[in-house]
Design a protein around this ligand. Structure first.
Ligand code: TRP
Length: 331
């Protein structure tokens, strides 16, 4: 039996290459050797997005994004969290095993409280219960499918630890293995991808490279990458330049070696290096962009595909709920 890999995808719009290399690509890679269960965490997204049009557009966009990036619905269960009511039942059951203090210590909640304190506002201003209990729903997402590994970005490490804590509390209470204890797989290779200005790539900084920008736009963004003021003739250090950092993500080893030696030799300006970077970025992104546009043109087809995934996933979820209910004396 293959091991199970599971991950959740927030329905935030406009995925950038930080999401692609930090989350999407490694998870799709894992799906080749694991029994993969990947879903759109639309109830998690509801905590932030209260505009109905925007949320429903984001859900389809993120589904199309993963499919365009290579998720194969024939080898991966691909569904919407909201289509699996068992997840929410499990979430309620897990609440009984989750210390409130554990939620108080969760990073996202703590950061919101700290920001309020700094502004002199009420500590819980703007904090909804969905944000506060976010890690419990995430634990339910993971535990409901008997997952073995959970590929996530570094920022999710604490959520994984909380999930393990909750699962262990349940197992310890009933003195049996109600839940397998899954492990996080943190995408180590890429770590934090810098933005166009060298800071961490983030929507809030507006320094991202969106995966599906039209070709012209993509070129413009790449030309905006911050460099130093060295002239064309000067020898340049690839290891301290942002262009090369991006180049390594998209280029083959041979291409990397060739560009590094041209930069070191002098005679290559930043403009030319950016053109070369654009070439390799566009080589990888343009087929994805085309596939994405085709998928987005058929929303009914996308919905159907996700509904099929949910249909296959539900019996698995329902078996896990039964197991927990039996252990808990609620039959
Ligand atoms: N919290 C994750 C993120 O923001 C999304 C998520 C929700 C998730 N449920 C999950 C990830 C379950 C892994 C497993 O990226």
């Amino acid at each position: 039996m293959k091991k199970i890999s599971l991950t959740g995808i927030q329905a935030t719009g406009d995925p950038h290459i930080g999401n692609y290399f930090g989350a999407i690509k490694p998870a799709i890679e894992l799906a080749k050797t694991y029994d993969a269960r990947y879903f759109i965490a639309d109830y998690h997204s509801l905590n932030k997005i209260k505009d109905a049009k925007q949320l429903s557009a984001n859900i389809r966009e993120v589904a199309a994004c993963w499919l365009a990036a290579g998720l194969d619905p024939h080898n991966t269960l691909f569904y919407r969290q909201s289509s699996i009511p068992e997840v929410f039942e499990l979430s309620t059951m897990l609440m009984a095993f989750t210390a409130k203090g554990l939620m108080n210590r969760a990073h996202a909640y703590k950061a919101a409280v700290q920001a309020n304190n700094e502004k002199g506002s009420d500590p819980d201003a703007g904090v909804n219960m969905g944000l506060y209990t976010y890690p419990i729903l995430m634990a339910a997402d993971i535990l409901i499918f008997d997952s073995d590994v959970v590929p996530v970005g570094k920022d999710q490490t604490q959520h994984i630890e909380i999930m393990q804590d909750i699962a262990q509390a349940v197992n310890a209470n009933y003195k049996q293995q109600v839940f397998k204890i899954p492990e996080g797989v943190i995408s180590a290779e890429v770590g934090e991808i810098p933005g166009l200005d060298g800071r961490k790539m983030s929507k809030s900084y507006g320094n991202g490279i969106p995966i599906f920008s039209p070709e012209k736009e993509l070129r413009k963004l790449i030309m905006r990458i911050v460099t130093n003021s060295q002239g064309v003739d000067e020898p340049k250090d690839p290891d301290t330049c942002l262009i090369f950092t991006f180049y390594k993500l998209f280029a083959t080893k041979e291409e990397q070696a060739a560009l590094a030696s041209r930069l070191r030799a002098g005679g290559m300006g930043w403009g030319e290096a950016k053109e070369e970077l654009f070439r390799v970025v566009n080589r990888e992104l343009s087929p994805m962009r085309e596939k994405f546009n085709t998928l987005m043109a058929d929303p009914a087809g996308l919905d159907k595909l996700l509904a099929q995934g949910a249909e296959e996933a539900r019996p698995i979820a329902s078996a896990v709920i039964k197991r927990f209910r039996r252990a808990a004396g609620i039959e």
